[in-house]
Design a binder for this molecule. Structure first.
Ligand code: FE2
Length: 236
């Protein structure tokens, strides 16, 4: 079932926004940018695994294009867009926050959010993923969804049902876990939510391997690649 798409930070309170941007999740996610500049010019963070490490679920060819062309493309565009502006020198997540919902900053927001979302996505996948979450996260999932199977079904429905391009997310909303999906570059960072893990459902994430069979890609990711350890660390 397709869920309503959160689209912007309009109307979010300053308190809620500050809570989101200072969350442990953000700090951990920024850890994924080790070796990269935190402010413009931004650098492409290294993948947390070899390009062929996710085979056969996601091919090296898909990762090569996705990381080397798409992710890098967003980052290169962002660096061009922020050069000489008030966003130069700002940490990436602050660029996302400062441009969310602003009609005259859509290009900066889209490229900044897509840069951040992709780094978060790489860390949401692991060659040793799938299986059972760590005990603390599993308990939170049980408390919030009733059982693990319901959580997985909601994640699958959010990913498969996201019309056109976007993302499926497991998030914490003040400690309660939820599944949402977002459209295009939109991200839980601007919604006062703490992202725990994500699945990219833009066609470029799966089309070379699965063509139009998005459901097969999502099923394989949830069964074999989803990085519950990363999600547990983001939970704090
Ligand atoms: Fe992508």
């Amino acid at each position: 079932m397709d869920k309503p798409s959160p689209t912007c930070a309009c109307g979010m309170s300053r308190r809620k926004f500050l809570a989101a941007t200072s969350s442990a999740a953000l700090l951990f996610a920024l850890g994924g940018l080790r070796g990269a500049a935190w402010a413009a010019p931004f650098e492409l963070p290294p993948l947390p695994w070899a390009e062929n490490a996710l085979e056969p679920v996601i091919s090296a060819k898909t990762i090569g294009f996705h990381y080397g062309k798409h992710h890098k493309g967003y980052l290169d565009n962002l660096n061009k867009l922020v050069a000489g502006t008030e966003f130069e020198g700002m940490p990436l997540e602050k660029v996302v926050a400062a441009t969310a919902g602003k009609a005259d900053k859509v290009a900066v927001f889209n490229n900044a959010a897509q840069t951040w979302n992709h780094t978060f996505y790489w860390n949401s996948l692991s060659p040793k993923g799938g299986g059972t979450p760590p005990a603390g996260l599993k308990q939170k999932i049980t408390d919030s969804f009733g059982d693990m199977d319901t959580c997985l079904k909601e994640l699958s429905a959010a990913a498969v049902g996201r019309f056109a391009s976007g993302w499926a997310w497991l998030v914490s909303d003040g400690g309660a876990l939820k599944v949402i999906n977002t459209m295009n570059a939109d991200t839980p960072l601007t919604l006062g939510l703490t992202p725990l893990l994500t699945i990219d459902v833009w066609e470029h994430a799966y089309y070379l391997d699965y063509q139009n069979r998005r459901a097969d890609y999502v099923k394989a990711v949830l069964e074999k690649l989803v990085n519950w350890e990363f999600a547990a660390k983001n939970l704090g």
